[in-house]
Design a binder for this molecule. Structure first.
Ligand code: SF4
Length: 390
């Protein structure tokens, strides 16, 4: 937070515009400067902001919106100009994670965005599928002092991983991480911290036990094992661990074994037991102190609020996009509190609508009744993430 405050004082975004008072249109520059300063001062105090720098992807993972609702998505890159305009709104934000439903390394200006954030003394990270982690990009990541590099896995063997994360390549990702580790050792540096993101499915969870070996081999500090939370077609339902309660003992044994192995190797292992808690009123996404901005500039509480870039009304019509929730198709609605193309992030964050939403999830405000509050948005009511929060 101190670093963010310093950044606010030094107004580093000012120089980016390449206009200084006394040159060019002075009054316009001053007005712009005042607007930016005001946005910086009123910017929300957030732990992190996640920005979907691109919604393009070069892979076709079997469970991802990219693959399942491919023809309904509108893909694009987050414009660099919009990113620059957004920076004053991040004045009191600690971390910027450049990630959404897409492969960040496909954005031609990703590294410029990293540089701009580092200039503002932000913690910066992103997650990649590893396909573009070539030597050149690895050296740039190291030189720019990216803080966190996540790499996604869906297995600890190439056969399983490549079957699920179609278009990616297990061996390529592992080789890239080994190279990165070598560079870090040579330079005697610890950043970027490598995190492995493992999607747990019924058809790959048996390989999770070996993720610690993979983490050690690739120099990863942390493993995050996630459940499949957004199910976009009926055939994928059985891949969600929580839809296989008859295998719960097996899952618990695998998770306990992985946790033990990780602890033994000093690797942080984060996961949630695949058991649904129907009365959970907790969102695990830190929605009161973080937000997500999608490629189109829409601001929401999580990536699940905007898995599609086009607007969806949620009406059950022909070709309506649906998610499968408890065996039934549920209209998939997009969920936004405003667009940064129209209003500053500060204004959106402090809006009545957004404040009312956060009130539902504020820690310590859980109503006594063991029921989901009526004010909870419908998308949250049918969200597996919430049910898996305990
Ligand atoms: S409950 Fe689900 S949809 Fe609602 S904010 Fe949390 S993660 Fe997003």
């Amino acid at each position: 937070m101190v670093a963010a405050a310093n950044a606010a004082n030094s107004l580093p975004g000012y120089g980016v515009d390449k206009k200084i008072p006394g040159q060019g249109d002075f009054s316009l520059t001053m007005l712009d400067w005042i607007k930016k300063q005001k946005e910086r001062i009123t910017s929300p105090r957030l732990d992190w902001v996640q920005i979907e720098v691109t919604s393009h992807c070069n892979a076709a993972c079997i469970y991802c919106p990219h693959t399942v609702i491919k023809e309904r998505r509108q893909n694009g890159h987050f414009p660099l100009t919009l990113f620059r305009d957004l920076l004053p709104s991040l004045g009191h934000t600690n971390m910027v994670f450049l990630q959404g439903w897409g492969e960040p390394l496909l954005h031609p200006d990703l590294f410029e965005m990293v540089r701009l954030c580092k200039n503002e003394q932000k913690i910066v990270g992103f997650t990649t599928n590893g396909l573009l982690l070539n030597k050149k990009n690895i050296h740039t990541i190291v030189d720019l002092q990216v803080d966190i590099l996540g790499v996604s896995f869906a297995g600890t063997t190439s056969t399983t991983h490549n079957r699920i994360r179609k278009g990616t390549d297990f061996d390529t990702a592992v080789a890239a991480l080994e190279y990165l580790q070598r560079i870090k050792t040579e330079k005697n540096i610890t950043r970027p911290a490598v995190h492995l993101a493992y999607i747990m499915l019924a058809s790959n969870v048996d390989e999770l036990c070996r993720i610690t070996d993979l983490a050690k081999r690739t120099g990863a500090e942390q493993v995050v094992a996630s459940n499949l939370s957004l199910i976009l077609k009926p055939e994928l339902s059985q891949e969600a661990l929580f839809n296989n309660p008859q295998r719960l003992n097996e899952y618990n044994r695998i998770l306990a074994e992985t946790k033990k192995k990780a602890a033994h190797s000093n690797i942080l292992f984060a996961y949630r037991t695949p058991v649904l808690d129907e009365t959970s009123q907790v969102c695990p996404e830190n929605v009161c102190r973080a937000c997500v901005i999608n490629m189109a500039g829409e601001v929401g509480p999580c990536v699940f609020a905007n898995p599609i870039s086009s607007k969806s009304t949620g009406k059950l019509q022909d070709r309506q996009i649906v998610a499968i929730f408890k065996g039934r198709p549920i209209p998939l609605k997009t969920f936004s509190f405003g667009n940064i193309n129209d209003n500053g992030l500060s204004r959106i964050w402090h809006s009545k609508k957004y404040r009312a939403f956060r009130k539902v999830y504020e820690p310590g405000t859980n109503p006594a009744a063991e029921e989901v509050p009526l004010e909870m948005p419908s998308s949250c009511k049918t969200c597996y993430k919430r049910l898996l929060s305990s």
